[in-house]
Design a protein around this ligand. Sequence first.
Ligand code: HEM
Ligand code: SF4
Length: 429
Amino acid sequence: MNIEEVKKGKDGLDVLADIYRYAKLGFKAITPEDEALFRWYGIYTQRPASEGFFMVRLRIPGGDLTPDQLRTIADLSIEHGRGLADITVRQNIQLHWVRVESLPDVLDRLRAVGLSTTEACGDCVRNIINCPVSGVDHDELYDTTPLIRQTNDFFVGNRDFSNLPRKFKIAITGCAVRCVYPEINDIGMFAVHDAERGGTAFRVRVGGGLSTTPRFSKDLGVLIDPQEAVELCGAIASVFREEGNRENRKRARLKFLVEQWEIPRFRDAVEARLGHNLRIAPEPEATPITERDRSHLGIHGQHQQGHYYVGLSILGGRTSGADLNRLADLSEEHGSGRIRTTNTQNVILLDIPERKLEALTSNLDRYGFEYQPSWSRKAIIACTGIQFCKLALAETKNRAAELNDSLESAVDIEVAPRISVTGCPNACG
Ligand code: HEM
Ligand code: SF4
């Protein structure tokens, strides 16, 4: 099947009504073309291939969740997903073992609490990553929380961007350690002090990505104001839509176009699309972050005095509906109820007043949550692997746990490297 041909015949966003229809007709009725387009709603077949189970990836912009939203995800995991939930490297939560008959209930209940799965997979703008402690972090340069919402609202469901040559990943952060990894996203924007004009500006990197041809993104060489960010993302995605490779999916990601054109030509094309020139940065590149802990795990004071955030390690992102329900309750009982997932597959509870810290940590101890994780717990992430992924060659989640057991007792490292346990060279985790 040629997915470009399928997309010409039907926009991925138009498969929603079919999902509800197939829920009545059953798995066997699903055409291969529609099954491919299910991805536009985060729905992807899983192993065992012949048995009609799906994984369902939510879209959680910036990993920002309320207790009610987390409880809904937890309940759906328990009712439709054998109680399993995986936190992903794009701050999403993924359910498994979902039957086509269950999809309407899953989608409706997510929608009822303001969540969705729209464009969580497919050739479109994937979940937009934010620093999980934006708005509370001591060292932060800029609170990008509203910007993430605006960027998400601009792209999701926007038919100008629902048929891109390939997936498109955006990360935006005001975090001092640039924890969103702008280096491996199609667009990575991060805040810097604006030495020329004062205040905060954003630097922009383009064309990063992993998989079999990994590339670090390249510096676009510009400085932008925060309010220019959404328009610039739109312009870059438009250049990708029109100029990206639709002949060969293995060469379709933005990284190949950026590499082929090089930055000056790419920037010209973006400026032409914007209709104005961008402000060229006086310095060629912001200093890369190499030796800082970028995980935000552990207990840290917030810039709101007397309040703390508590980052918990969820090894390999593998968790359960039962634990997600507990976390929802704990965040409400001891904090403001603001919960964030991280791009290292972990969870952070925000706004814990000092007087409630002790009660929270004793509850976390009771349920076995790690809030003072070892270096290796901070370092390890794991992709879906052979349990569910049809492309996998190896098991990953249990391996990640075993690796952690060996490493954390054997070695002591202050600032750890990032350790990815992946089941094939696609490097999804
Ligand atoms: C059934 C097959 C697959 C499964 C289960 C799977 C699973 C995942 C998951 C869970 C994530 C985190 C995504 C998120 O939260 O949005 C992810 C990201 C990613 N996927 Fe896959 N994936 C599959 C196929 C592929 C294929 C075919 C490729 C490449 C050709 C690929 C490349 C990637 C990359 C490079 C990332 C993440 C790194 C980044 O954030 O840039 N995946 N995938
Ligand atoms: S890295 Fe490979 S094995 Fe792991 S989820 Fe991605 S495609 Fe599957």
